[in-house]
Design a protein. Structure first.
Length: 250
């Protein structure tokens, strides 16, 4: 029997595929314990009856969640909820990827996906307190924990002050270590705005998610000890793998 808490109907002709709607509902229900609380997913036929769709549609939704790592399928036994616990990523005055997950993972690494110099948009210029159109360095990075992608980030830095920052990052794989090469031994989180949305195509590919997956988006400004903005970043976290916690500690 399907738990009564799983009760949002699918909507036909909405522009969103039925299997995707079902995957989204199942993902949310699994996260809250409404579905699969005993570790096992109900049979496909029970799910298809619950959602009013054929088994092929349910099978597509399950396949997407298996790809994301939310579920695992065992031949001849059924489909099970993947019990891997979400990582808790702290947001504090000194938010750092390497130290924030240190006690929860064995291995952490970040990779530079792309870099470029571009004119600052009004949004980026305002965050970094620059003139709109001023040159900024843009980095696209991917962070992994124990070999599993957990976040993808886009960061901007003032090009005049941080010329060569991309090269420093490519060598160190660390924002903190790269800042030290520019004489900045410490920096602080000035602000963080958190929201959630569906992952876009780039995030789906790099975070190895399936269509319809949710990402937590943290838009942040970091400042140097004098309070001058030095980094504006938008980081997308895989919501099924990471939870964000706000800390009052420095």
């Amino acid at each position: 029997m399907i738990d009564a808490g799983l009760k949002s109907p699918v909507t036909r002709k909405s522009g969103v595929a039925l299997w995707r709607q079902i995957a989204d509902q199942m993902r949310q229900a699994i996260g809250t314990g409404v579905l699969g609380a005993d570790g096992r997913l109900p049979p496909e036929i029970a799910l298809s009856e619950r959602f009013g769709v054929n088994r092929h549609t349910v099978r597509s939704a399950i396949a997407a969640l298996v790809q994301e790592g939310v579920l695992r399928a065992e031949q001849g036994r059924g489909t099970f909820v993947e019990s891997r616990k979400r990582l808790s990523y702290p947001i504090s005055a000194r938010t750092r990827f390497s130290t924030g997950l240190r006690d929860q993972t064995r291995d952490r690494r970040s990779t530079l996906l792309a870099d470029m110099v571009e004119p600052a948009s009004s949004r980026v210029a305002e965050a970094l307190k620059l003139t709109a159109g001023a040159d900024v360095i843009r980095l696209e990075t991917l962070s992994e924990a124990d070999g599993r992608p957990v976040s993808r980030a886009t960061s901007w830095f003032e090009a005049q002050r941080f010329a060569g920052f991309a090269k420093a990052y490519a060598k160190t794989s660390s924002i903190t270590a790269s800042f030290k090469q520019f004489g900045i031994d410490d920096y602080f989180r000035h602000s963080t705005l958190v929201s959630a949305r569906h992952a876009d195509a780039a995030d789906l590919a790099d975070l190895k998610l399936s269509p319809g997956a949710i990402v937590l988006v943290a838009v942040a400004i970091n400042v140097d000890p004098e309070g001058k903005p030095i980094q504006f970043a938008e980081t997308r976290f895989a919501a099924d793998r990471v939870e964000l916690t706000v800390s009052t500690e420095a």
